[in-house]
Write a protein that binds this ligand. Structure first.
Ligand SMILES: [Zn+2]
Length: 341
């Protein structure tokens, strides 16, 4: 069993900052979701500042940023934003930072492309294609109809995305404020998520890839129906295990914590349990929808069902790659999974 994380700090109020290491300021901002906050990082960077993740596009967050820069930045420019991945709570204000402060956007290339596809609601974010895929996987067509009527809009949380990017690749060393930060890219949660590790400060900005308490969303997307994102996610832990036991992890949600290794062990145990439960349930052919009550013991609203379907498929596809399940289309036109042997 793994130990609970060690949290050295209490939660911050929204719009407050706390210097958690020399030149590294923790910023906590509100989100208009059930997950009601995000952590962002403001780093002193020589003659200016670097912002790591920007927050969702709301007036409230922009006002908080202006207030923070008013009292902290000392008139120094915001030189760049570094975006861990394309989700709007992270990327949302990158365009605003560019327009308002001239800050250049740094990001991995797959995340940059994903962001633009999502922003135009094309290919990867076509709600019709998305719902059709879930209905094939057993979702009640009535739920998909309600969901489609809402047409969730990625653009809502994101200002116009910069058209130029400074590309971050795996293992790149990025100098911030005279210190080296190493980029660690990983899949599972998004295509090429960037975490940043600074050896001299013993800090890991983990983004959404490692969170202390809630489990990171890992979902199959309709554009990649045979995708195995859970494997990409769990495989990525090998990149984090060599980091020191006492590294201070700065995650995008919850609070900074120590106990990275225990957390990785706990996550593997958590997913193993869920994989075993799903495999047992697929003794007879099951759709992803059939597996939801096994993986999620609480009531799910329409929006949560859409997320949960993606997560259930991540577990089922993992079991297919492991050759514990096979997957086929049944006579009713549903994709079903059944245990092998
Ligand atoms: Zn995310």
């Amino acid at each position: 069993m793994s130990n609970p994380p060690d949290y050295p700090y209490d939660a911050l109020e929204f719009g407050e900052t706390l210097e958690v290491a020399p030149g590294v300021h923790w910023v906590r901002m509100p989100l208009p979701f059930q997950l009601n906050h995000i952590n962002l990082w403001l780093l002193e960077d020589g003659d200016g500042w670097t912002v790591i993740d920007t927050g969702f596009n709301t007036d409230e967050i922009r006002d908080y940023w202006r207030a923070i820069f008013g009292r902290l930045a000392g008139g120094k420019p915001i030189k760049r934003t570094i975006i861990t991945h394309f989700h709007p709570d992270h990327l949302g204000l990158a365009g605003w930072f560019e327009a308002e402060y001239g800050a250049k956007m740094w990001m991995s290339y797959a995340e940059f492309l994903q962001a633009h596809l999502a922003w135009t609601q094309s290919v990867t974010h076509d709600v019709d294609g998305w719902m059709e895929f879930f209905v094939e996987n057993g979702l009640d067509p009535a739920v998909s109809k309600r969901y489609k009527a809402e047409r969730p809009d990625f653009g809502r949380g994101t200002t116009k995305i910069p058209v130029s990017v400074h590309r971050i690749c795996d293992d790149d060393i990025i100098e911030i404020g005279g210190r080296d930060w190493r980029a660690i890219t990983s899949g599972g949660h998004s295509a090429e998520h960037v975490s940043l590790y600074c050896e001299s400060l013993n800090l890991l900005i983990s983004g959404d890839q490692v969170l202390p308490r809630i489990t990171t969303n890992v979902s199959v997307w309709y554009t990649e129906p045979d995708g195995d994102p859970l494997r990409h996610f769990i495989d990525s832990f090998d990149r984090f295990r060599p980091l020191p036991e006492d590294v201070l992890v700065l995650p995008s949600h919850d609070r900074p914590f120590r106990g990275l290794h225990d957390r990785l062990t706990g996550l593997v145990e958590h997913h193993d349990e869920r994989l075993d439960a799903a495999a047992v349930h697929c003794e007879t052919p099951r759709t992803a929808m059939d597996v939801l009550p096994i993986l999620f013991r609480r009531e799910l609203d329409d929006h949560q069902i859409a997320f949960a379907m993606g997560e259930a498929l991540a577990h089922l596809n993992y079991l297919v790659t492991e050759r514990r399940l096979h997957k086929y289309r049944n006579d009713a036109g549903h994709t079903v999974f059944q245990r092998i042997g």
